[in-house]
Design a protein around this ligand. Structure first.
Ligand code: C5P
Length: 235
């Protein structure tokens, strides 16, 4: 899939418990999706085989382990993940400057993505864990910290996307989960946006999970999201 294809702007979250179900979802959507995201559920269940399944389909892999540990462990874990040939790897901005620096120094050819604020957290939830000032200021602060550590990729709600783009410029690679086609179920996400609005807000890569995984026809759901991305990209 080339970079002009709308599917190159979509990462499908393989939030399923077995390798067979992951492979089935890849097969059904591959033609519309450029990147598949292996997250905690699948990686905990089947490990590197999940990454291999994505690569075997000729797609890019985003390994979404949201690493958050002391600097030495971060550096060593990121190096191991990079050896698997993943295109993207996530770490938590909250891990702090030294951990992010170690991650950045050991990422090799993987593009490191720092999670700013989980899209399931709203202002009240952030306050409860001691982060005051709301999602935008927390996202700005954590992105700045990650930037200073050499990280150039960021996972952020589409709501914070435009401000981050403004603050960080064209070199920042912005990845937005919490994508919901109009009318679809929000689930546990709090800060959601449609594919079209997320692209317009400056997102480089949209992460979509349940709207495709739980659709009656995942192939059609993926095609429809790709169509909406295509429309948003057309002048
Ligand atoms: O099902 P849904 O479209 O909400 O999927 C969102 C995916 O993005 C999940 O795999 C979740 O782990 C991930 N994610 C997120 N918020 C972040 C980072 C990753 O929802 N900040």
């Amino acid at each position: 899939m080339d970079d002009n294809d709308p599917g190159s702007r979509i990462a499908l979250a393989l939030d399923v418990p077995t390798l067979d179900s992951a492979k089935a979802l890849i097969d059904r959507t591959r033609e519309h999706i450029g990147t598949f995201k292996v997250g905690l559920e699948l990686y905990t269940a089947v490990g590197p085989a999940a990454v291999e399944a994505v690569h075997a389909a000729g797609a890019k892999c985003c390994l979404d382990l949201k690493l958050h540990d002391i600097p030495a462990t971060m550096g060593r874990s990121v190096a191991r993940a990079a050896c698997m040939g993943v295109a993207y790897l996530t770490v938590h901005g909250l891990a702090g400057l030294d951990s992010l620096r170690q991650a950045s120094d050991n990422a090799g050819s993987a593009r490191l993505l720092a999670v700013t604020v989980l899209t399931s957290l709203d202002e009240a939830a952030l306050q409860a864990i001691g982060l005051s000032g709301g999602p935008q200021s927390a996202a700005d602060r954590l992105a700045k910290l990650a930037w200073d550590a050499g990280v150039r990729g960021f996972v952020t709600s589409a709501h914070e996307c435009a401000a981050l783009r403004e603050a960080l410029g064209p070199d920042a690679f912005l990845v937005t989960p919490g994508i919901r086609p109009a009318g679809s179920d929000v689930g546990d996400q709090k800060r959601v946006m449609t594919p079209r609005d997320a692209i317009k807000a400056g997102a480089d890569l949209l992460v979509v999970g349940r709207p495709i995984r739980d659709a009656n026809n995942p192939t059609e759901a993926a095609a429809e999201i790709a169509r909406q991305v295509q429309l948003a990209l057309s002048p």
